[in-house]
Design a protein around this ligand. Structure first.
Ligand code: TYD
Length: 210
């Protein structure tokens, strides 16, 4: 049986990664292996329940460490139920946000200790890291403007954060990119959707060949 393959897609809010994933699906399905797509926080019922607590705009009193621990708890449950079984069957699993979101948002964005978060991530995933991470990079103001234009997208508690938090999140991603250039590749998400989709697909196909 062929080995499973785990890809995460990451980026600041409004980078368009979720839309690109939808656009890539037909081509990915044509590769002839099982494809599973999922998202964090959520993906399974316990994690979706945690998601609604984390993202509820009314939960303004939430402490930063509580927020981190909830994301990590949701990650563990999601991994056990939705990621490991298909990986064990040899599937290509694509996850919309994973460990790097905690580093970028709770570490760089909220200012929590990055070493602690690395440890918590490793604890929650038993050390599993993606084989490939596509980082959709976009200027913060452009990303937030896209969200504002998208009437179908609800504004959540994280979206409501001030612009300087979003700037720090982007710096966080750029720092991960620099440190883990073997795993993480940058895609310029300010380009048009067709170009971004084609580049993302090419990167996945390239990696699957290895
Ligand atoms: P979501 O609606 O899925 O946003 P997006 O479409 O931008 O992925 O909401 C997820 C929010 O949660 C997003 O603002 C990023 C944030 N987040 C963290 O802060 N830490 C994490 O570990 C994860 C997985 C997400």
């Amino acid at each position: 049986m062929s080995k499973g393959f785990l890809i995460s897609i990451e980026g600041p809010d409004g980078a368009g990664k979720t839309t690109v994933l939808q656009q890539m699906l037909p081509a990915l399905e044509a590769l002839g292996r099982e494809i599973v797509t999922t998202r964090e926080p959520g993906g399974v019922s316990i994690a979706e329940a945690i998601r609604s607590i984390i993202l509820n705009p009314e939960n303004t009193e939430m402490d930063d460490k509580t927020e981190l621990l909830l994301f990590v708890a949701a990650r563990r449950q999601h991994l056990m139920e939705k990621i490991l079984p298909p990986l064990e069957r040899g599937a290509l699993v694509i996850i919309d946000r994973f460990i790097d979101s905690s580093i970028a948002y709770q570490g760089f964005g909220r200012g929590l200790d990055v070493d602690d978060i690395n440890w918590l991530n490793a604890y929650a995933t038993d050390g599993l890291k993606p084989d490939l991470t596509l980082y959709f990079d976009i200027d913060v103001e452009e990303g937030l403007a896209r969200i504002a234009c998208n009437a179908s997208r609800d504004v959540d508690r994280l979206d409501m954060e001030k612009i300087d938090m979003h700037q720090r999140v982007r710096q966080g991603y750029l720092s991960i990119l620099e440190k883990e250039s073997d795993r993480v590749v940058r895609i310029d998400a300010s380009q048009d959707l067709a170009t971004v989709t084609a580049q993302a697909l090419a990167m996945i196909e390239e990696k699957l060949k290895v």
